[in-house]
Design a protein around this ligand. Structure first.
Ligand SMILES: *[C@@H]1O[C@H](CO)[C@@H](O)[C@H](O)[C@H]1NC(C)=O
Ligand SMILES: *[C@@H]1O[C@H](CO)[C@@H](O)[C@H](O)[C@H]1NC(C)=O
Ligand SMILES: *[C@@H]1O[C@H](CO)[C@@H](O)[C@H](O)[C@H]1NC(C)=O
Length: 498
């Protein structure tokens, strides 16, 4: 046979091409892509090997690894792929196994080893293995507990949420604790993240906050098969609490204060949390600058307190002024407390309202006091009089009686001159000497001379005379009484005349 001319061969070849499919389908009957591996579960970060072998003759075309059903994502291609994916047997025509290093939860899925065949218009899938399921065990992320997003006052019930994610498998348990006490919560909500390769979890608990929760912690403990010890998320309850302050304004000075006195107003802001507080002083609604700014001090209960001082010079114009301590705590509406400054008018040149105003009211009191004083004075006078009278009664008061001359009287015989004699009865108290005063008071004194018949002995001390009768001379007055001797005393007698 003569060889065929070259053109009919070419022609034949060209004609034969479209019908190649049918021929190939039969020809590659024993071609087989084999993935015999059981499902693979791997911990995140580890390396997996996915096995794939090809047997029998196959059409021209590449072998690739795809993830997911249908078209899927190309994981491995001979022309190049992710650096994490490498072939187990480089250059082998039968072993298309691959390694995937540092497996991540998102690597989870079903991997297919696929033989493609070249067609005129690109490639088409020729055969794929039954697929290898890969699961990546992943630990949950550290749980994060979030509060209500705003601070609340004690007594309010607010939700707290614990979230954790990226874990596989799905099973997870969540427990809540306030300090060490367990708190019951609803089952956590588990949602698949991305392509079901991992899950997210969210757990919520309702809590009524108390003032003493400032020192308490809320914790969320997450347990998962990938963990030996549970993971804990913490929340300090003080971050969700706001304890408003009490505000008290006082002054150490007595009210009203004196003019020019320095008055110190104190504003006690107590029992608040958190410690950020803004204290301003207002004088009649106008802000006053305060030099002494004090910082909040933490009390053992975890609350804060602060004292702000305002010094005021009490001038008269400030009388009745309102001093307000205004406190803005944690961005809340201001809380304020006001004190008034009263200045006494006492300093005004002694003219005092304090004394003028109540004068009318005091008048009856003055009258009563006057009456009482008078009565007391009379009483004292009466007592003095009585005492005096009693004293006088005990002593015989001096008395004198004047008698006309009696010629027959024997008593007068002592004096040899009976003419013009007047005698008097004298009843003097022996020791009385005050009688002398009477001499000075009266002009009508007369003097009598008493002469002892014998002069007394020189050493005798004559101090008084006990006389029943004294003869008084009616002779003209002499300028002086009888010559006085050193040892004599005299008495005067006052005689009232008719
Ligand atoms: C799952 O949690 C991760 C963080 O842990 C977050 O980035 C992601 O958006 C969450 N996905 C869903 C579906 O909630
Ligand atoms: C108060 O002080 C002012 C000025 O310092 C002075 O002029 C005034 O006399 C003072 N008043 C009294 C009552 O002391
Ligand atoms: C201050 O005001 C009070 C009440 O109005 C008044 O009684 C007092 O006298 C005033 N003081 C002065 C210093 O004006």
């Amino acid at each position: 046979m003569e060889p065929l001319p070259p053109w009919p061969l070419t022609c034949l070849l060209l004609l034969a091409l479209p019908g190649a499919d049918a021929q190939v389908g039969q020809d590659f009957k024993d071609f087989k892509v084999q993935q015999l591996q059981d499902p693979v579960t791997v911990a995140a970060g580890q390396t997996i090997t996915l096995t794939c072998t090809i047997s029998g003759d196959g059409p021209a075309g590449p072998v690739r690894w795809l993830k997911g059903k249908d078209s899927g994502v190309t994981v491995y291609d001979q022309t190049g792929s992710s650096p994490r994916v490498t072939r187990a047997e480089n250059g082998s025509d039968t072993d298309f196994s691959i390694h995937i290093t540092d497996v991540q939860p998102e690597d989870a899925g079903t991997y297919y080893c696929v033989k493609f065949r070249n067609r005129l218009k690109g490639e088409e899938e020729f055969q794929r293995g039954k697929g290898t399921e890969v699961s990546v065990r992943a630990k949950p992320t550290r749980p994060v507990v979030s509060g209500p997003g705003r601070r609340v006052a004690p007594g309010e019930s607010v939700p707290f949420t614990c979230v954790s994610g990226g874990f596989f498998p799905e099973e997870i348990t969540v427990k809540w604790f306030k300090d060490k006490a367990s708190i019951s919560a609803q089952q956590p909500q588990i949602t698949p993240a991305q392509t079901k390769s991992s899950y997210n979890m969210s757990s919520t608990v309702m809590l009524t906050l108390q003032r003493d929760d400032l020192r308490s912690n809320l914790s969320c403990k997450v347990q998962h098969p990938t963990l030996t010890d549970p993971l804990t998320g913490m929340f300090q309850l003080r971050d969700a609490l706001r304890v408003p302050p009490s505000v008290r304004v006082a002054t150490d000075s007595r009210s009203p204060v004196e003019v020019n006195e320095t008055v110190i107003f104190t504003c006690d802001v107590e029992g608040f949390y958190p410690g950020d507080v803004d204290v301003t002083w207002l004088e009649n609604r106008t802000e006053v600058k305060v030099e002494k700014l004090s910082k909040p001090v933490e009390t053992p209960q975890g609350l804060f307190k602060l004292r702000s001082l305002l010094e005021v010079q009490a001038t008269e114009e400030k009388n009745g002024s309102a001093f307000t301590c205004q406190v803005v705590h944690d961005g809340q509406a201001p809380v304020s407390e006001t004190a008034l400054l009263w200045i006494s008018a006492l300093a005004k040149g002694g003219q005092s309202d304090l004394f003028q105003t109540p004068y009318d009211n005091l008048l009856p009191i003055y009258i009563v006091v006057g009456v009482v004083c008078t009565v007391l004075a009379l009483l004292v006078a009466a007592i003095l009089y009585l005492i005096r009278a009693k004293q006088s009664k005990g002593k015989s008061s001096p008395s004198a009686r004047l008698h006309e001359p009696e010629k027959s009287s024997e008593a007068t015989t002592q004096e040899s001159d009976p003419n013009n004699l007047t005698y008097a009865d004298l009843n003097f108290e022996k020791e009385r000497k005050t009688i002398r005063r009477m001499v000075e008071m009266s002009q009508q004194s007369e003097y009598a001379c008493i002469q002892a018949s014998r002069p007394p002995a020189s050493d005798d001390n004559l101090t008084y005379a006990d006389l029943d009768m004294v003869h008084l001379s009616k002779a003209p007055k002499r300028p002086a009484p009888c010559p006085e001797e050193a040892t004599s005393e005299y008495a005067s007698v006052q005689i009232p005349r008719k």
